[in-house]
Design a protein around this ligand. Structure first.
Ligand code: HDE
Length: 683
């Protein structure tokens, strides 16, 4: 960073940087030039302060009002801009231009988030991730406000406040934040059999993603698509990450939260700044009402998914994130997503959760953004022409021009409705008695929970059991633990036994009594992360720990091989100034060792000279670097010196096939890294 001004010292020795040809003059909000931004106006040298000081009053007034209420859920989030390019014309099923004009690039803004944590919480909390996409289409904004899990906890919007109250910090003590490992959450869940499917998902690795770039996204609800002839189809929306899916281990998540609480933010920022733009394909599962009737479950029930093996996902376009925001507050904080933002050709279904959301998202913006004109904020404004007769209100930036601010009018002024282009609701026939009920077709709460569990690999099943044991061990009330295990007994007997054993439960409780018998369904491999492993090192991170005295050639070869595979390389050394190779060349470090533990990387290498290896062996941080990488099933590369002088100090195992000694080209190691983790180590 270059600063070409010579500061002036004030009377108290304070620094004054003064405007010049390169630096504009600082002013108040209304443009009055400011002569001194360091000192308040006082009587004499040592005060008192004068209340007439309009410069100070304006500055501190604005500062005092900088915060807006954080989102009641999804408070912690991170956004980026990009484009959506359609690759398949869907005019047979919808008239939405964004889904029919092949090759058209629609601008988008995406905000990823955690659900339960407050705004300042850590990124690697075990939690559902929000995946909200605002498409600035030619026919208005379409917001697909989804999650990284295809189902939800509850079936009816009436229960949403209870769910969130139970999940967030307990009201008397104000903790725990950003975690579901506490009594209130599991008390509520264990009293809500409808949450069982979601309970399995949140205890799976889906809730500890390695990065936003490696997550799937889902619209969750069944929506309608309506074509130009007025024919309706049902649809489920999916986002499929081009880089494949990847999660961390729980022990890594816990450590990442300490090492870098902004891990997911930094990951997205770094990737986009480096031009390594993350991409997702938009996938659709399309089916008609008659087909929907053939399922064992109700497509309006958001606790159910449609297995991809039953209705394949059709990839119709690609989302690319290619630009970070200029200002976090203006864009990421002020963006207002609404499920009500749909465009002609896309319509709601009667999913009782979606119907409730349509009310809630508009309502919440009023609280958060302070008035009815939040769509005047650039991040929320459409990028297509718009015209309406709404006026006034707090902070109104667009008001009707001319005399007539009503319609119809006889002055020939103002916008008019358009029966052809305008949005029309699908004229579904609806009838029935007014009543507060839950449809009986929503009553099977366990079959898909079981299907999800049985669709996981053994490693993933182990992680699910571990997660239940971890979370329920934090629950103080034995009765709540027992109630949860009684549900798990209906889901899968082995899972229930493993969890009960992990909890040190002497006897298994009686199984819960399902309202509907469990239907045995075929496993759905699409539900597993590991069964769909990407087989590529692209987009991943290699951490290379280096010492003085190494062969610079080995370092360069490793770096260039990793980069050719599309991975990012971070150089770590004892001191951030870097190291000197055997031939006297300096290798600059990106990180100091204790600032870059191996949990931050997907694979690691230790390039040490003989002396360097001995030095590392004596360092606690270095031994942890290697020990954790080993325990987290990562592929590891070592120089021969590091293997003989350092490895045994950290790891007792000499025969591990996930460890590579670098002799010549590092091709075998880089090729192995495509598998991301060496799961065999666990066996
Ligand atoms: Fe949300 N949700 N939600 N939600 N939701 C909000 O809106 C709500 C639900 C989701 O990055 C709030 O602007 C209700 C399902 C995301 O800004 C609020 C119900 C899904 C985001 C709200 C649900 C979501 C929100 C809080 C049950 C996945 C973050 C601030 C009926 C399909 C958007 C805000 C962003 C945010 C209400 C359930 C996803 C209060 C009432 C199901 C990704 O309006």
């Amino acid at each position: 960073m270059k600063d070409d001004t010579t500061p002036r010292k004030g009377t108290g020795g304070e620094t004054h940087q003064v405007a010049d040809d390169n630096h504009e003059t600082m002013t108040t909000q209304v443009g009055m030039p400011i002569s001194d931004d360091q000192n308040t106006l006082k009587v004499g040298q040592r005060g008192p302060h004068l209340i007439e000081d309009q410069v100070f009053r304006e500055k501190i007034f604005h500062f005092d009002h900088e915060r807006i209420p954080e989102r009641v859920v999804h408070a912690r989030g991170y956004g980026a801009h990009g484009t959506f390019e359609l690759t398949e014309d869907l005019s047979d099923i919808t008239r939405a231009k964004v889904l029919t004009e092949v090759g058209e690039k629609t601008e988008v803004f995406v905000r990823f988030s955690t659900v339960a944590g407050n705004k300042g919480s850590a990124d690697l909390a075990r939690d559902v991730r929000g995946f909200a996409v605002k498409f600035y289409t030619k026919e208005g904004n379409w917001d697909l406000v989804g999650n990284n899990i295809p189902v939800f906890f509850i079936q009816d919007a009436m229960k949403f406040p209870d769910l969130i109250h139970a999940a967030k910090q307990e009201p008397d003590r104000g903790f725990p934040q950003a975690q579901t490992a506490h009594d209130n959450f599991w008390d509520f869940i264990s009293l809500m059999p409808e949450a069982m499917h979601m309970a399995l998902w949140i205890m799976s690795d889906r809730t500890i993603p390695r990065s936003f770039r490696f997550m799937e996204g889902f619209g969750v609800h069944t929506f309608r698509l309506v074509n130009a002839e007025g024919k309706s189809s049902f649809v489920k929306f999916h986002w499929k990450p081009r880089l494949g899916m990847q999660s961390v281990l729980w022990d890594e998540a816990v450590k990442i939260n300490g090492a870098d609480p902004d891990f997911h933010r930094r990951d997205l920022w770094d990737a986009i700044q480096k031009g390594d733009y993350p991409q997702w394909d938009l996938g659709l599962q399309v089916f008609d009402e008659a087909f929907a009737e053939s399922f064992d479950f109700d497509v309006l029930d958001a606790t159910k998914l449609i297995p991809e093996e039953l209705v394949p996902v059709r990839r119709v376009g690609t989302l690319t994130l290619n630009r970070m925001v200029d200002n976090f507050f203006a864009e990421t904080e002020q963006v207002a997503f609404q499920t009500g933002n749909i465009v002609p050709g896309i319509d709601h279904s009667n999913d009782p959760l979606l119907q409730g959301r349509n009310f809630s998202y508009l309502d919440t913006q009023l609280k958060r953004l302070g008035g009815p004109n939040f769509n005047h904020i650039p991040i929320n404004a459409p990028k297509c022409p718009f015209a309406h007769l709404q006026q006034d209100g707090h902070m109104a930036m667009h008001n009707p021009k001319g005399r007539a601010n009503y319609e119809p009018n006889s002055f020939g002024e103002g916008p008019r409705e358009d029966p052809e282009r305008g949005f029309t609701s699908y004229p579904a026939e609806e009838a029935g008695a007014k009543q507060r009920v839950r449809s009986e077709t929503f009553a099977d709460h366990y079959s898909q929970a079981r299907q999800f569990y049985l669709s996981q690999t053994d490693v993933e099943k182990g992680h699910i059991a571990d997660a239940f044991v971890f979370e329920l061990s934090k629950v103080e009330h034995l009765s709540i633990r027992q109630r949860m295990v009684s549900h798990l007994m209906v889901v899968d007997g082995d899972l229930a036994k493993t969890v009960a054993d992990g909890l040190g439960m002497a006897d298994l409780p009686n199984p819960a009594k399902p309202a509907r018998d469990v239907v045995e369904t075929k496993a759905s491999p699409a539900l597993s992360i590991l069964a769909n492993a990407p087989d590529s090192f692209a987009g991943r991170k290699l951490g290379v720990l280096v010492t003085d005295g190494i062969d610079g050639g080995v370092f360069e070869a490793l770096k260039s091989a990793a980069k050719s595979a599309g991975a990012q390389v971070t150089v770590i050394a004892e001191k951030v100034g870097g190291v000197t190779t055997a031939r006297g060349k300096t290798i600059a470090a990106d990180e100091k060792l204790d600032g870059a533990p191996s949990v931050l990387f997907d694979a690691v290498a230790v390039l040490a000279s003989e002396d360097g290896a001995a030095r590392l062996a004596g360092m606690h941080g270095a031994r942890n670097f290697l020990g954790d990488a080993f325990a987290h099933m990562k592929f590891i590369a070592l120089t021969a010196e590091a293997k003989s002088g350092f490895w045994s100090a950290a790891i007792p195992d000499e025969t591990d096939k996930g460890v590579f000694v670098l002799e010549g080209e590092p091709d075998d190691f880089i090729a192995a890294c495509k598998a991301l983790r060496f799961w065999e180590r666990a066996e």
